[in-house]
Design a protein around this ligand. Structure first.
Ligand code: AMP
Ligand code: MG
Length: 282
Protein backbone atom coordinates (compact mmCIF):
# COMPACT_ATOMS: atom_id res chain seq x y z
CA UNK A 1 0.00 0.00 0.00
CA UNK A 2 2.93 2.32 0.70
CA UNK A 3 4.07 2.03 -2.92
CA UNK A 4 0.56 2.66 -4.07
CA UNK A 5 0.70 6.21 -2.72
CA UNK A 6 3.93 6.90 -4.55
CA UNK A 7 2.47 5.59 -7.77
CA UNK A 8 -0.67 7.66 -7.60
CA UNK A 9 0.62 11.03 -6.46
CA UNK A 10 1.59 13.59 -9.11
CA UNK A 11 4.98 15.08 -8.29
CA UNK A 12 5.01 18.89 -8.64
CA UNK A 13 5.73 19.83 -12.24
CA UNK A 14 5.59 16.22 -13.51
CA UNK A 15 4.33 15.86 -17.07
CA UNK A 16 1.78 13.10 -16.65
CA UNK A 17 0.65 11.43 -19.87
CA UNK A 18 -2.67 9.89 -18.99
CA UNK A 19 -2.42 7.43 -21.87
CA UNK A 20 0.47 5.84 -19.97
CA UNK A 21 -1.74 5.20 -16.94
CA UNK A 22 -4.05 2.19 -16.89
CA UNK A 23 -7.51 3.21 -15.62
CA UNK A 24 -8.20 -0.51 -15.05
CA UNK A 25 -5.33 -0.87 -12.58
CA UNK A 26 -6.46 -2.53 -9.36
CA UNK A 27 -3.39 -3.09 -7.21
CA UNK A 28 -2.68 -6.44 -5.64
CA UNK A 29 -6.28 -7.46 -4.99
CA UNK A 30 -7.91 -9.52 -7.71
CA UNK A 31 -11.54 -8.72 -6.91
CA UNK A 32 -13.87 -6.63 -4.83
CA UNK A 33 -14.51 -9.68 -2.70
CA UNK A 34 -10.82 -10.06 -1.97
CA UNK A 35 -10.41 -6.36 -1.16
CA UNK A 36 -13.42 -6.29 1.17
CA UNK A 37 -11.52 -6.74 4.44
CA UNK A 38 -9.10 -3.93 3.54
CA UNK A 39 -11.93 -1.65 2.46
CA UNK A 40 -13.68 -2.22 5.79
CA UNK A 41 -10.57 -1.57 7.87
CA UNK A 42 -9.87 1.64 5.91
CA UNK A 43 -13.38 2.83 6.64
CA UNK A 44 -13.02 2.12 10.35
CA UNK A 45 -9.70 3.91 10.52
CA UNK A 46 -11.10 6.91 8.64
CA UNK A 47 -13.97 7.10 11.13
CA UNK A 48 -11.54 7.25 14.07
CA UNK A 49 -9.33 9.86 12.44
CA UNK A 50 -12.23 12.10 11.50
CA UNK A 51 -13.54 11.82 15.07
CA UNK A 52 -10.15 13.11 16.25
CA UNK A 53 -10.22 15.98 13.78
CA UNK A 54 -13.70 16.98 14.89
CA UNK A 55 -12.74 16.80 18.57
CA UNK A 56 -9.40 18.57 18.25
CA UNK A 57 -10.66 21.42 16.03
CA UNK A 58 -7.17 22.44 14.96
CA UNK A 59 -7.00 21.04 11.46
CA UNK A 60 -9.38 20.69 8.58
CA UNK A 61 -9.44 18.62 5.42
CA UNK A 62 -10.46 19.64 1.92
CA UNK A 63 -11.07 16.85 -0.58
CA UNK A 64 -11.40 17.92 -4.22
CA UNK A 65 -12.95 15.51 -6.71
CA UNK A 66 -12.62 15.96 -10.45
CA UNK A 67 -13.16 13.55 -13.29
CA UNK A 68 -14.87 12.93 -16.57
CA UNK A 69 -18.63 12.38 -16.64
CA UNK A 70 -19.52 9.06 -14.96
CA UNK A 71 -16.03 9.00 -13.43
CA UNK A 72 -17.50 8.16 -10.02
CA UNK A 73 -17.43 11.40 -8.04
CA UNK A 74 -20.80 10.68 -6.43
CA UNK A 75 -19.76 7.12 -5.63
CA UNK A 76 -16.60 8.28 -3.89
CA UNK A 77 -18.56 10.74 -1.77
CA UNK A 78 -20.99 8.04 -0.69
CA UNK A 79 -18.08 5.79 0.19
CA UNK A 80 -16.16 8.39 2.17
CA UNK A 81 -19.24 9.35 4.13
CA UNK A 82 -19.79 5.77 5.27
CA UNK A 83 -16.56 6.28 7.23
CA UNK A 84 -17.28 9.66 8.72
CA UNK A 85 -19.75 11.34 11.03
CA UNK A 86 -21.80 13.61 8.72
CA UNK A 87 -21.95 16.22 11.51
CA UNK A 88 -18.31 17.05 10.77
CA UNK A 89 -18.57 16.91 6.98
CA UNK A 90 -19.78 19.24 4.31
CA UNK A 91 -20.29 18.35 0.65
CA UNK A 92 -20.50 21.07 -1.99
CA UNK A 93 -21.29 20.50 -5.66
CA UNK A 94 -20.18 23.11 -8.17
CA UNK A 95 -22.50 23.50 -11.14
CA UNK A 96 -22.63 26.04 -13.91
CA UNK A 97 -22.05 29.42 -12.29
CA UNK A 98 -25.03 31.71 -11.74
CA UNK A 99 -25.00 35.19 -13.28
CA UNK A 100 -24.05 36.58 -9.88
CA UNK A 101 -21.14 34.15 -9.57
CA UNK A 102 -20.01 34.96 -13.10
CA UNK A 103 -19.92 38.63 -12.23
CA UNK A 104 -17.22 37.89 -9.62
CA UNK A 105 -13.75 36.40 -9.77
CA UNK A 106 -13.85 32.61 -10.18
CA UNK A 107 -12.77 31.87 -6.60
CA UNK A 108 -15.47 34.01 -5.05
CA UNK A 109 -18.05 31.23 -4.97
CA UNK A 110 -15.55 28.67 -3.69
CA UNK A 111 -14.01 30.26 -0.62
CA UNK A 112 -17.15 30.20 1.60
CA UNK A 113 -17.23 26.40 1.26
CA UNK A 114 -13.68 25.85 2.48
CA UNK A 115 -13.71 23.78 5.68
CA UNK A 116 -13.66 25.35 9.11
CA UNK A 117 -11.29 23.93 11.75
CA UNK A 118 -12.37 20.42 12.70
CA UNK A 119 -14.32 19.94 9.52
CA UNK A 120 -13.98 17.85 6.36
CA UNK A 121 -15.18 19.55 3.17
CA UNK A 122 -15.69 17.58 -0.02
CA UNK A 123 -15.93 19.37 -3.37
CA UNK A 124 -17.85 17.59 -6.12
CA UNK A 125 -16.23 19.52 -8.99
CA UNK A 126 -14.51 22.68 -7.91
CA UNK A 127 -12.56 25.77 -8.90
CA UNK A 128 -10.75 23.46 -11.33
CA UNK A 129 -13.75 23.62 -13.67
CA UNK A 130 -12.46 27.10 -14.45
CA UNK A 131 -9.41 25.59 -16.17
CA UNK A 132 -11.30 22.56 -17.54
CA UNK A 133 -14.79 23.10 -18.96
CA UNK A 134 -14.05 26.80 -19.36
CA UNK A 135 -10.96 25.99 -21.42
CA UNK A 136 -12.46 23.16 -23.47
CA UNK A 137 -15.58 25.13 -24.38
CA UNK A 138 -13.78 28.44 -24.73
CA UNK A 139 -16.00 30.10 -22.13
CA UNK A 140 -13.08 32.44 -21.44
CA UNK A 141 -10.06 33.31 -23.59
CA UNK A 142 -6.67 31.63 -22.91
CA UNK A 143 -5.34 34.92 -21.51
CA UNK A 144 -7.93 34.59 -18.74
CA UNK A 145 -7.85 30.87 -17.84
CA UNK A 146 -4.08 30.50 -18.20
CA UNK A 147 -3.53 32.85 -15.25
CA UNK A 148 -5.74 30.73 -13.05
CA UNK A 149 -3.23 27.96 -12.29
CA UNK A 150 -1.11 30.34 -10.21
CA UNK A 151 -4.19 31.90 -8.65
CA UNK A 152 -5.43 28.45 -7.63
CA UNK A 153 -2.06 27.50 -6.14
CA UNK A 154 -2.01 30.71 -4.11
CA UNK A 155 -5.59 30.23 -2.96
CA UNK A 156 -4.90 26.69 -1.81
CA UNK A 157 -1.71 27.78 -0.08
CA UNK A 158 -3.73 30.36 1.81
CA UNK A 159 -6.09 27.67 3.14
CA UNK A 160 -3.11 25.56 4.22
CA UNK A 161 -1.17 28.35 5.91
CA UNK A 162 -4.05 30.32 7.40
CA UNK A 163 -6.38 27.55 8.47
CA UNK A 164 -4.33 24.36 8.87
CA UNK A 165 -6.22 22.81 5.99
CA UNK A 166 -4.88 19.59 4.53
CA UNK A 167 -5.80 19.43 0.85
CA UNK A 168 -6.15 16.24 -1.19
CA UNK A 169 -7.16 16.36 -4.84
CA UNK A 170 -8.34 13.27 -6.67
CA UNK A 171 -8.61 12.92 -10.43
CA UNK A 172 -10.88 9.92 -11.03
CA UNK A 173 -9.62 8.41 -14.24
CA UNK A 174 -11.82 6.06 -16.28
CA UNK A 175 -11.34 4.81 -19.83
CA UNK A 176 -13.53 5.95 -22.69
CA UNK A 177 -14.95 2.40 -22.97
CA UNK A 178 -15.81 2.35 -19.27
CA UNK A 179 -17.62 5.69 -19.63
CA UNK A 180 -19.76 4.26 -22.41
CA UNK A 181 -20.49 1.16 -20.32
CA UNK A 182 -21.64 3.40 -17.46
CA UNK A 183 -23.80 5.47 -19.83
CA UNK A 184 -25.42 2.18 -20.92
CA UNK A 185 -26.12 1.25 -17.30
CA UNK A 186 -27.77 4.61 -16.83
CA UNK A 187 -29.96 3.87 -19.84
CA UNK A 188 -30.80 0.29 -18.87
CA UNK A 189 -31.33 0.74 -15.14
CA UNK A 190 -34.45 2.79 -14.33
CA UNK A 191 -32.93 3.68 -10.96
CA UNK A 192 -30.05 5.42 -12.69
CA UNK A 193 -31.89 7.19 -15.50
CA UNK A 194 -32.19 10.42 -13.56
CA UNK A 195 -28.43 10.77 -13.87
CA UNK A 196 -28.54 10.99 -17.65
CA UNK A 197 -27.78 14.45 -18.95
CA UNK A 198 -28.17 15.56 -22.54
CA UNK A 199 -24.68 16.99 -22.17
CA UNK A 200 -23.13 13.54 -21.49
CA UNK A 201 -22.72 12.61 -25.16
CA UNK A 202 -21.84 16.12 -26.22
CA UNK A 203 -19.04 16.26 -23.64
CA UNK A 204 -17.79 12.82 -24.67
CA UNK A 205 -16.94 14.26 -28.10
CA UNK A 206 -14.47 16.54 -26.35
CA UNK A 207 -12.69 13.65 -24.60
CA UNK A 208 -9.23 14.42 -26.02
CA UNK A 209 -9.54 18.11 -25.22
CA UNK A 210 -10.49 17.27 -21.65
CA UNK A 211 -7.53 14.89 -21.32
CA UNK A 212 -5.22 17.68 -22.46
CA UNK A 213 -6.79 20.11 -19.99
CA UNK A 214 -6.51 17.56 -17.16
CA UNK A 215 -2.85 16.93 -17.98
CA UNK A 216 -1.99 20.60 -17.80
CA UNK A 217 -3.98 20.98 -14.58
CA UNK A 218 -2.05 18.07 -13.02
CA UNK A 219 1.30 19.49 -14.12
CA UNK A 220 0.67 23.02 -12.93
CA UNK A 221 -1.36 22.58 -9.76
CA UNK A 222 0.00 19.49 -8.03
CA UNK A 223 1.98 21.03 -5.20
CA UNK A 224 3.56 19.77 -2.02
CA UNK A 225 0.85 21.45 0.04
CA UNK A 226 -2.03 20.33 -2.20
CA UNK A 227 -1.10 17.27 -4.25
CA UNK A 228 -3.12 15.65 -7.01
CA UNK A 229 -3.65 11.90 -7.05
CA UNK A 230 -4.59 10.13 -10.27
CA UNK A 231 -6.96 7.34 -9.23
CA UNK A 232 -7.49 4.49 -11.71
CA UNK A 233 -11.27 4.27 -11.47
CA UNK A 234 -12.58 1.63 -13.87
CA UNK A 235 -12.93 -0.63 -10.82
CA UNK A 236 -15.11 1.19 -8.35
CA UNK A 237 -13.86 -0.88 -5.41
CA UNK A 238 -10.22 -0.08 -6.18
CA UNK A 239 -11.06 3.60 -6.58
CA UNK A 240 -12.71 3.65 -3.13
CA UNK A 241 -9.87 1.71 -1.56
CA UNK A 242 -7.22 4.01 -3.03
CA UNK A 243 -9.02 7.20 -2.03
CA UNK A 244 -9.60 6.08 1.56
CA UNK A 245 -5.98 4.96 1.81
CA UNK A 246 -4.71 8.39 0.74
CA UNK A 247 -7.09 10.15 3.13
CA UNK A 248 -6.02 8.00 6.07
CA UNK A 249 -2.33 8.56 5.44
CA UNK A 250 -2.85 12.32 5.24
CA UNK A 251 -4.92 12.38 8.44
CA UNK A 252 -2.38 10.26 10.30
CA UNK A 253 0.36 12.70 9.32
CA UNK A 254 -1.47 15.46 11.22
CA UNK A 255 -0.63 13.77 14.56
CA UNK A 256 -3.96 14.79 16.03
CA UNK A 257 -4.77 14.28 19.69
CA UNK A 258 -7.97 14.35 21.70
CA UNK A 259 -8.16 17.70 23.50
CA UNK A 260 -7.76 17.81 27.28
CA UNK A 261 -11.08 18.03 29.14
CA UNK A 262 -12.12 21.62 29.81
CA UNK A 263 -13.38 20.70 33.30
CA UNK A 264 -11.65 19.43 36.46
CA UNK A 265 -12.24 15.67 36.22
CA UNK A 266 -11.68 15.03 39.97
CA UNK A 267 -14.30 17.64 40.73
CA UNK A 268 -16.77 16.18 38.25
CA UNK A 269 -16.13 12.68 39.63
CA UNK A 270 -17.04 13.94 43.12
CA UNK A 271 -20.25 15.45 41.76
CA UNK A 272 -21.04 12.18 40.03
CA UNK A 273 -20.66 10.19 43.26
CA UNK A 274 -22.86 12.64 45.13
CA UNK A 275 -25.54 12.32 42.46
CA UNK A 276 -25.20 8.54 42.54
CA UNK A 277 -25.57 8.48 46.36
CA UNK A 278 -28.66 10.70 46.18
CA UNK A 279 -30.19 8.50 43.51
CA UNK A 280 -29.66 5.41 45.70
CA UNK A 281 -31.09 7.13 48.77
CA UNK A 282 -34.32 8.19 47.08
P1 AMP B 1 -22.96 17.65 -12.77
O1 AMP B 1 -21.75 17.63 -11.90
O2 AMP B 1 -23.08 16.42 -13.63
O3 AMP B 1 -24.20 17.93 -12.01
O4 AMP B 1 -22.79 18.83 -13.82
C1 AMP B 1 -22.42 20.12 -13.46
C2 AMP B 1 -22.07 20.86 -14.72
O5 AMP B 1 -21.67 22.17 -14.35
C3 AMP B 1 -20.93 20.22 -15.47
O6 AMP B 1 -21.23 20.13 -16.83
C4 AMP B 1 -19.79 21.20 -15.24
O7 AMP B 1 -18.86 21.23 -16.30
C5 AMP B 1 -20.54 22.51 -15.10
N1 AMP B 1 -19.72 23.50 -14.39
C6 AMP B 1 -19.22 23.43 -13.14
N2 AMP B 1 -18.45 24.50 -12.86
C7 AMP B 1 -18.45 25.27 -13.98
C8 AMP B 1 -17.84 26.51 -14.31
N3 AMP B 1 -17.06 27.16 -13.44
N4 AMP B 1 -18.07 27.02 -15.54
C9 AMP B 1 -18.86 26.36 -16.41
N5 AMP B 1 -19.47 25.19 -16.16
C10 AMP B 1 -19.26 24.64 -14.95
MG1 MG C 1 -23.13 14.93 -15.14
Amino acid sequence: MQNLLKNLVVRPGARIKLRNIDPGYHGHHESHQEAMADIQSHIQKMDKLQYLMYAERKHSLLIVLQGLDAGGKDGVIRHILTGMNPAGCRVTGFKQPTPEELAHDFLWRVHPHAPEKGEVAIFNRSHYEDVLVVRVHKLAPPAVWSKRYDLINNFEKQLVVENNTAILKFFLYISKEEQLARFKQRLDDPARRWKISAADYKERKYWDDYIEAFEEMLRKTSTKHAPWYVIPSNHKWFRDLAVSHVINRALEDLNMKLPKPTVNIADIRRQYHQAEAMAKAS
